[in-house]
Write a protein that binds this ligand. Structure first.
Ligand code: AMP
Ligand code: ZN
Length: 463
């Protein structure tokens, strides 16, 4: 039984989907105004593990991810410069070009880390209609109010605001008041923008659309509510993000969604801790980041980075150093060395193999405990179980790990068609039909595979 830490209850809970075996998973995506870095890599590899583990445990996952390509403001408190406009000014490109360029860079980086592509990738700019509809609903229901600058969500109308973290609203008001330099039309400093108008400080905003409140552009939070509910329904199973989304972005999403539908928004909230450098969050704004290209340029395999991420639990912060990455690369190389390129005919599974599989699954089920899972992987690698069982087991684990463990031998899995021919040849040999068995070997070789007869039985590998 999979257990996950739910930020909503602040407890590790048993995972019970709303409509099994289906699972709706929404993972907050990138604001595409600068290069994706290896801090992002940690978060999205974390999401990837969650998704792969759900699949391993028999769930049918629908994974949705947004791309924030409408510039949102540099601070979560509706102030500061527009991130995309800032990116455009820096690079001399249009905001649309900036968004396209960095979206591609992000997904290319994730491909290198073997992060499976979400089933649905949705851009904020492709879903303006849905966002406008949601804001209209909130205005109609009295959760939002129109001002000369923006349409704001009125948090005083949503008594459960902040329930995600047990924040006291009074404390939040003070914190927000200190931060907010603009937004004088807000009734309450912690109210947040649903729709910005293209006037005043936003008069030159490049991206803009028509709306019932005039020309303008959506606030950031509304896109995640609108698109997650569009694709996964009013209530869905799992929503993830970085821990920086806990104080503002996610409570805002809950308030907007539950305000509009009157139903619970999400059952389980999963938050990933940061990758740090010298104890500080690796971030675009601090400029202390490395990209996947930097990692490659230094001669590292991007999957060594993936291995490195697994050495810490996703809810603990993890400090990045090149030395630690070097150690991960060495460990990964060694692990790949334990994967034999030869597959055996399937026989009765050894009890030991079953036990290892169970142990690995228990680690995953324990709130995605990857350090614990890696320990099981090494136990298998160093064990004395027959080489072909080791091979099969490590490749089975690799369905979740995504470390390309068979890279050294270049054999993913011997196709079933080939293994059937090997079985036929074996049957012929047992019937002493050696000539026919030899013919069968030639057929197998013609298909690019070799069979060796060993004490452990016939072992098949790629020619
Ligand atoms: P951004 O577009 O920069 O807001 O980031 C997209 C996602 O990446 C958010 O969920 C962030 O929490 C996450 N993220 C950004 N920097 C880091 C980091 N250094 N470590 C882990 N996650 C990060
Ligand atoms: Zn989001």
């Amino acid at each position: 039984m999979l257990k996950l830490y739910n930020s909503l209850s602040k407890k590790v809970e048993e995972f019970v989907p709303i409509n099994p075996p289906n699972v709706g998973l929404y993972t907050c995506g990138m604001t595409v105004y600068d290069y994706a870095h290896i801090g992002h890599g940690r978060k999205y590899v974390g999401d990837d593990i969650l998704r792969r583990v759900l699949t391993r445990f028999g769930y049918k996952v629908k994974h949705v991810q947004n791309v924030t390509d409408v510039g949102h403001l540099v601070s979560d408190a509706d102030e500061g410069e527009d991130k995309l406009e800032k990116g455009a000014a820096k690079t001399g490109k249009t905001v649309w070009e900036v968004a396209e360029f960095f979206t591609k860079h992000f997904y290319d980086s994730m491909d290198k880390l073997d992060v499976l592509r979400p089933d649905i990738i949705c851009k904020a700019t492709d879903n303006i209609k849905e966002q406008v509809a949601l804001v209209s609903k909130l205005v109609k229901k009295g959760f939002a109010y129109d001002t000369p600058e923006a349409v704001y969500f009125d948090i005083s109308k949503f008594p459960n605001y902040g329930k995600l973290f047990g924040q006291k609203l009074e404390e939040k008001k003070t914190a927000a008041r200190e931060e907010v330099k603009t937004g004088e039309f807000k009734k309450n400093p912690a109210d947040f923008a649903l729709w910005f108008k293209r006037t005043g400080r936003f008069a030159d905003h490049t991206m803009h659309w028509e709306s019932p409140w005039g020309d303008g552009f959506p606030g950031w939070h509304i896109e995640c509510s609108a698109m997650s509910m569009k694709y996964l329904g009013d209530t869905f199973d799992i929503h993830t993000g970085g821990i920086d989304h806990i104080p503002v972005h996610h409570p805002n999403e809950i308030a907007q969604s539950e305000g509009a539908t009157g139903k619970p928004f999400v059952k389980y909230w999963v938050h990933h801790a940061f990758l740090t450098v010298d104890g500080k969050k690796m971030s675009k704004s601090l400029g202390n980041f490395h990209t996947i290209e930097d990692v490659e340029k230094k001669g590292f395999d991007p999957l060594a980075l993936r291995y490195f991420y697994f050495t810490a639990h996703y809810r603990s912060s993890q400090n990045f150093t090149w030395e630690a990455l070097g150690a991960a690369q060495k460990a990964l190389g060694e692990l790949r060395g334990h994967v034999d390129g030869r597959a055996a005919l399937s026989q009765e599974k050894l009890e030991k193999v079953d036990a290892y599989q169970k142990k690995f699954d228990e680690a995953l089920a324990n709130d995605l405990n990857m350090p614990q899972a890696l320990a099981v992987v090494w136990e298998v690698a160093k064990s004395n179980i027959p080489s072909q069982d080791k091979h099969d087991l490590l490749l089975d684990f690799d369905e979740v790990l995504g470390l390309d463990l068979s890279r050294k031998t270049q054999v993913k899995k011997i196709p079933d068609e080939i293994m059937k021919l090997v079985q036929k040849r074996e049957d012929l040999r047992k019937e002493n039909k050696f000539n026919e068995a030899d013919d069968m070997r030639k057929i197998i070789e013609g298909k690019g595979y070799r069979v060796e007869d060993t004490e452990e039985g016939p072992l098949t590998s790629k020619l």
